[in-house]
Design a protein around this ligand. Structure first.
Ligand code: ATP
Ligand code: MG
Length: 354
């Protein structure tokens, strides 16, 4: 049988809320390109990962199904990409355990996501009494490394916020190979130009758990209300550069206004974006039209996704059907990785799976 020489792509999204513009332009857009380029793509819903930050019972199953329906509505095709649920691949947990044995705690404590959560909790509560920081949260990068390494991924399309986690996975794979022999495929780093879309509140990152998102399933009324609600009371700050490059000028704007410009650049034709940059430079009064123009582009973008989400062929039943088939497709590769790691570490191969 000829071996499959295609590049292997792996990425996941947590079912912690509805898909937003950061998820789309940081991840899904690349998922679609890579799918159409014919690579071997594994796209999963990270339901185990959701449990690392959820402290109360939530209907994660329902959110998982809705996220999968949104995947399909965006154009991800279960016949071309292997789309599965993380918890349907329980051997990921076994690989997490094995990788945990070679992972330094200090290294995990220096993780930016962990440190951010820690800082947030310490500032919000009085000390860390009833400490909600769990072993699972600290170990998030180990679980993510297992997700990546278990399918032998070459590339991991993620937003800039996940760059450090991918670097940690690379380090874990190298360390494992150094210690136990060349078993794990070492994936590539996240490119330097990966996107980090700011939140509507002007914070550095739009996030499902941060209540600052513009969502792909937002209807026109919601879109307009959310965009109108963005704070634009600050006067424009002078731009120190004549450059047209959004990466040069947007960071010089007040943060929430910068978030609007970033989205306009992603969605509107270049001349519309440039027109508003000109208005900004000339200090014209334009915030109202900026908001209505952006809202129109967002609603236009959302319309086919909302339609696809509600399409009669995109139901819980159809999603469950491909989940079953696709979990089977990924299991063989995943078990092969886990068995190779166990053998390399000296445990020997499983006696009953052989
Ligand atoms: P949560 O707040 O629950 O962590 P999230 O919005 O950060 O949710 P994730 O499920 O953690 O979403 O991430 C899914 C993918 O979307 C990842 O590839 C991540 O890098 C990307 N992503 C998330 N937010 C942004 C953003 N603001 N800009 C660019 N990419 C993003
Ligand atoms: Mg996140």
């Amino acid at each position: 049988m000829a071996t499959d020489k295609r590049e292997i792509i792996l990425s996941g999204i947590r079912p912690t809320g509805r898909l937003h513009y950061g998820n789309y332009f940081g991840a899904i857009r690349a998922f679609l390109d890579l799918q159409e380029q014919g690579h071997r793509c594994y796209y999963f819903i990270a339901d185990y990962h959701a449990l690392t930050t959820i402290t109360e019972r939530m209907d994660l199953y329902r959110q998982t199904i809705d996220m999968l329906r949104t995947y399909v509505a965006c154009g991800l095709d279960p016949a071309k990409s292997v789309i599965y649920r993380q918890s349907d691949l329980p051997c990921t947990a076994e690989l997490t355990l094995l990788l945990g044995m070679i992972t330094n705690i200090g290294h995990l404590e220096r993780g930016t996501t962990y440190k951010d959560k820690m800082a947030k909790l310490t500032s919000e509560s009085e000390g860390l009494e009833g400490n909600p920081l769990s072993y699972g949260l600290l170990g998030y990068p180990v679980l993510m490394a297992a997700d990546i390494l278990i399918v032998k991924a070459d590339k991991v399309p993620v937003g800039d916020d996940q760059r450090q986690h991918v670097e940690m996975a690379i380090e874990m794979a190298r360390k494992f190979n150094h210690r136990f022999g060349e078993v794990l495929k070492v994936p590539a780093s996240v490119p330097r130009n990966a996107l980090r879309l700011p939140g509507l509140d002007g914070s550095a990152k739009m996030g499902k758990s941060d209540n600052n998102t513009l969502d792909l399933l937002d209807d026109p009324k919601t879109v307009l209300a959310k965009i109108k609600g963005v704070q634009t009371t600050t006067d424009p700050l002078p731009l120190s550069s004549d450059s047209d490059d959004p990466d040069a000028i947007i960071p010089q704007m007040p943060p929430s206004l910068g978030a609007l410009y970033r989205m306009l650049h992603l969605l509107a034709p270049e001349d519309v974006y440039q027109d508003f940059v000109g208005k900004y430079r000339r200090g014209e009064k334009f915030y109202g039209t900026l908001k209505t123009t952006l809202a129109e582009h967002v609603s236009k973008f959302n319309a086919p996704i909302i339609e696809g989400f509600n399409a009669p062929g995109n139901t819980e039943a159809t999603v469950c059907e491909f989940l079953r088939a696709n979990a089977e497709k990924v299991t063989e590769t995943a078990l092969d990785t886990v068995e190779s790691c166990k053998a390399a570490m000296g445990l020997g191969r499983s006696l009953f799976r052989a």
